[in-house]
Design a protein around this ligand. Structure first.
Ligand code: GLN
Length: 401
């Protein structure tokens, strides 16, 4: 009896050690704050404009024709065929839709399923920082240790974010299992060049490392930049997992349809994890995905041009308000430097911005392991209607007064 009492005195916490190693998403929290204060939401990266009519029609048609039960766990055949076909068209990569594609609930699930499929405790994963905040918790949940390599902001207006070759090399050793590469990059807007990708390729080959590439912004490119898939480089096809999805290309972030393309052996492992995590992505939306991937080439040109116009709309407003902007070459975010405002840190500044100015953004520190590294940076998303950007610009102008 005494034993029982002493046991019940030491209450279990019911929480895993892993969960204590990361916080909730700051990006999603900022969306909730935008709603709370009625602020213009330039925080979370989701479009506030309509998705293409053709693909909404395809989703309705799929539901009407009763595509309402589970799809094959690793993805509806029509969608896998379309993914394989388009990777050939866009990147010249030959993909077997039966053996090398896994459709998941968004690229978010594709990333965590991949990491869970390939990582063991003690493995290390190289991540460029600033990084999309999911990669940190993803590594922890999969038992791997992240090794961060800095992307440094350009010092002049015309420059690009860049990494140091020696610093990258130093992050690779016998424990390195994978490198996570996001190009076009969130939050910096960097589009990795062929020489940069070749350098990463050479390290992956030398150290026998897997590249996990998040290419979700593949079609959002500016200023003549070109997206190059890591898997298209000599020697990388067999050591690359290419992650992508519908969210950004077709403006349907709420549909949760993404995918991982990988060599057969790795795909088999990803499929097992995916099956037990989620069974499958929404079946009718996968059919709509096959229709989306069949849109003509003009669709993609228009998408990129629409985002270029939005970028060029927001940047002058930010600069006029006192931000220093790092001009993105791809994706739909602008990283800014907030030094001119004289705040202690990014978090207190973004709180002031959402509450008193009426614009939600994301504090730079949520993209760094050490919050101090992001203390002078704030990210704005421009995947919004021009009138939304105008409303934000009007509020931001108060900062300059
Ligand atoms: N990728 C988007 C961003 O960085 C949002 C992702 C998400 O919230 N799932 O804002």
């Amino acid at each position: 009896m005494a034993d029982v009492i002493s046991l019940s005195n030491q209450k279990k916490q019911f929480l895993s050690d892993k969960v204590s190693q990361f916080t909730e998403s700051v990006i999603r929290e900022m969306t909730r704050q935008a709603m709370l204060y009625g602020a213009v939401n330039l925080a979370q990266g989701f479009p506030d404009f309509a998705a293409p009519a053709e693909i909404k029609q395809a989703a309705r048609a799929a539901i009407d024709s009763d595509v309402n039960q589970y799809a094959i766990t690793w993805g509806a055949k029509n969608l896998r065929n379309a993914i394989a076909r388009q990777m050939g068209v866009w990147q010249g990569i030959t993909v077997d839709p039966e053996k090398e594609v896994t459709v998941c609930c968004g690229s978010t699930e594709a990333m965590i399923s991949t990491l869970l499929a390939v990582c063991n405790a003690g493995d290390e994963v190289v991540i460029f920082e600033p990084f999309y905040e999911n990669y940190g918790p993803d590594s922890v949940l999969s038992g791997a240790r992240p090794r961060f390599v800095k992307l440094r902001p350009p010092t002049s207006g015309a420059g690009e974010w860049a990494f140091d070759e020696q610093e990258l090399r130093a992050a690779f050793d016998q424990h390195t299992k994978a490198i996570i590469l996001n190009t076009p990059n969130n939050p910096t807007g960097k589009v990795f060049t062929r020489p940069e990708l070749e350098l990463i390729r050479d390290l992956c080959v030398e150290f026998d490392v897997l590249a996990i590439t998040d290419e979700i912004y593949e079609h959002i490119l500016f200023d003549g930049t070109e997206h190059i898939s890591m898997a298209s480089l000599d020697g990388m096809r067999e050591r690359t997992v290419t992650i992508n999805g519908m969210s950004k290309t077709y403006s349907v972030t709420g549909w949760r349809v993404g995918w991982a393309v990988a060599p057969e052996k790795i795909t088999n492992a990803i499929r097992k994890v995916h099956d037990f995590l989620t069974v499958g992505a929404p079946a009718p939306l996968q059919e709509a995905g096959a229709a989306a991937l069949s849109l003509p080439a003009e669709y993609y040109a228009k998408l990129a041009e629409g985002y270029r116009v939005r970028r060029d709309h927001l940047i002058p407003a930010l600069e006029g308000a006192g931000f220093k902007c790092f001009r993105p070459r791809g994706a739909y975010y602008v990283m800014t430097d907030i030094s001119a405002f004289g705040f202690d840190d990014d978090v207190s500044f973004t709180k002031y911005l959402v509450k008193d100015i009426g614009v939600a953004s994301v504090p730079g520190s949520s993209f760094y392991r050490d919050p101090r590294d992001g203390a002078r940076q704030v990210r704005f998303a421009f995947c919004k209607k021009l009138e939304t950007l105008d409303a934000a610009a009007e509020k931001l102008a108060k900062l300059a007064r």
